[in-house]
Ligand binder design. Structure first.
Ligand code: FAD
Length: 462
């Protein structure tokens, strides 16, 4: 029986980052993973493979839409689906292999197999039981479905099946207009599928700033993605090759059906928190299945901690990573802090969408006076040259103090641009601080500066 300071259960971005930080801080660490490879949902069936597919299909779109205009003549590329899947798999392998390398480098033991906690301070993997002073549960999440919808991962698929389809479907129905559905819907739209999104609410991406969400839907519709909003899916009937989705419009209860070759169910994810001993030890789990923790990621049972998708908060890889680091540092006696007010969200469609901090809706609800600085990518030279001028940067700042409260970007590299605002917010900066910072020309980031200028005396290029 091996003796550890820390055993982490799960090697997703929460778990592996936590394990590495523990090892860096001098704690003897092991990480249990039941999958064949390290990296969790994110590296195996989430962030990384989906971004590879988004990248490949965006290149295809770029070639089809803009190459001729730039004087790049010749045959447009055609899709070799098998090769695209193999590129995606290579990307996964490089990343998961990278974590294995980091584990070796940091002398972290990978305990292969599914782990359980038979008693406090013990983790059982296969026939072996290991001891640890601290057990960190980073068990992540899995796709959730709807009543009446059975996922077979062939015709009715979750995001996992959608990344492994045997061919590009002619028609795909996406249930749920959230981040994962829209990203994967975009992939298949660019590959030539007819894509129809059915969303229960009256808008897509409900947590996003409303103006951005409206603009985003318009741009996706312009790309040919169809939307039915305010529709409650009643069930999906599937055969081996086809499926039929039935739904009811919420405004008038009218009933409808739509056929598809593939139905992607992207109605959210649920935490993995049961079946490996937590309930028997009396660890508190919420009705939604989230493991309850305090600010230091401690559960109510001494020596057991939880982080990442398995606990409360946005289900994002970088949120899990930050919690992983903070949990490790807390165990090592440091005083870490995760600032949940500055966690960016990104949608990696074309154009990209990103946000951090408050939305206008939040500020109205809080009754806080604010100003809006907005700048369109139409006024950005680089964006125009790159056929990427759709979208805008919107900064929300306190009306009196000018302190940046949030930012919402739809446009090129929005997922990278948002971090300038994250840093500004961490330093408690005013919009004027961003506006007075020299930004290189010509870059997309000039649009961020112009939006900051728009919070004051006004932007230059609009
Ligand atoms: P996970 O990554 O889910 O890892 C948990 C691991 O624990 C799993 O490997 C599991 O096998 C293992 N495990 C569970 N129980 C046990 C046990 N008892 N014993 C051993 N091992 C166990 N987030 C972003 O921030 N950006 C994105 O672009 C993004 N894209 C996504 C795209 C898709 C299609 C999906 C599905 C998700 C995406 N996410 C994205 C979300 C992101 O993947 C998760 O937020 C993140 O992986 C959560 O990390 P985690 O460490 O909490 O758990």
């Amino acid at each position: 029986m091996a003796q550890y300071d820390v055993i982490v259960i799960g090697s997703g971005p929460g778990g592996y980052v936590c394990a590495i930080r523990c090892a860096q801080l001098g704690l003897k660490t092991a990480c249990v993973e039941g999958r064949e490879t390290l990296g969790g949902t994110c590296l195996n069936v989430g962030c990384i493979p989906s971004k590879a597919m988004l990248h490949a299909t965006e290149m295809l779109h770029e070639a089809e839409a803009n190459f001729a205009e730039m004087g790049l003549k010749g045959k447009s590329p055609s899709v070799d689906w098998k090769q695209m899947l193999s590129y995606k798999q290579k990307t996964i392998d490089q990343n998961t292999g990278g974590i294995e390398f980091l584990f070796k480098k940091n002398k972290i033991d990978w305990l292969k197999g599914w782990g359980s906690i038979p008693e406090k301070g013990k983790v059982k993997v296969g026939d072996e039981t290991h001891s640890a002073k601290h057990i960190i549960v980073a068990s992540g999440s899995e796709p959730a479905s709807l009543p009446g919808v059975e996922i077979d991962e062939t015709v009715v698929v979750s995001s996992t099946g959608a990344l492994e389809l045997s061919k590009v479907p002619k028609k795909m129905v996406v249930i749920g207009g959230g981040v994962i559905g829209l990203e994967l819907g975009s992939v298949y739209k660019r590959l030539g599928a007819e894509v129809h999104v059915i969303e229960f609410l009256d808008k897509i991406t409900p947590t996003m700033d409303e103006e951005v969400s409206r603009q985003f839907q318009k741009l996706l519709a312009k790309q040919g993605i169809e939307f039915t909003l305010g529709a409650a899916v009643q069930g999906v009937e599937a055969t081996k090759q086809k499926a039929k989705v039935s739904y009811k419009m919420r405004k008038d209860d009218s009933e409808h059906e739509i056929d598809a070759d593939v139905v992607l169910v992207s109605t959210g994810r649920k935490p993995v928190s049961k079946g490996f001993g937590l309930e028997d030890l009396g660890v508190e789990i919420s009705e939604r299945g989230q493991i309850k923790t305090d600010d230091h990621y401690r559960t109510n049972v001494e020596g057991i901690y939880a982080i990442g998708d398995a606990i409360d908060g946005p289900m994002l890889a970088h949120k899990a990573e930050d919690e992983g680091m903070a949990c490790a540092e807390g165990i090592a006696g440091q005083h870490p802090h995760v600032n949940y007010g500055v966690i960016p969200s990104v949608i990696y469609t074309h154009p990209e969408v990103s946000m951090v901090g408050r939305t206008e809706q939040d500020l109205k609800e809080e009754g806080r006076e604010y100003k809006v600085g907005k700048f369109s990518f139409m006024g950005n030279g680089r964006a125009k040259a790159n056929f990427a001028a759709d979208g805008f940067v919107k900064i929300l700042a306190d009306k009196t103090t000018d302190r940046v409260l949030g930012a919402h970007i739809i446009g090129p590299m929005a997922g990278d641009l948002i971090h300038e605002i994250c840093v500004a917010m961490e330093f408690g900066a005013a919009a004027e601080d961003i506006a007075r910072t020299c930004h290189a020309h010509p870059t997309y980031s000039e649009a961020v500066r112009e939006a900051a200028l728009a919070c004051g005396d006004g932007p230059i290029h609009s």
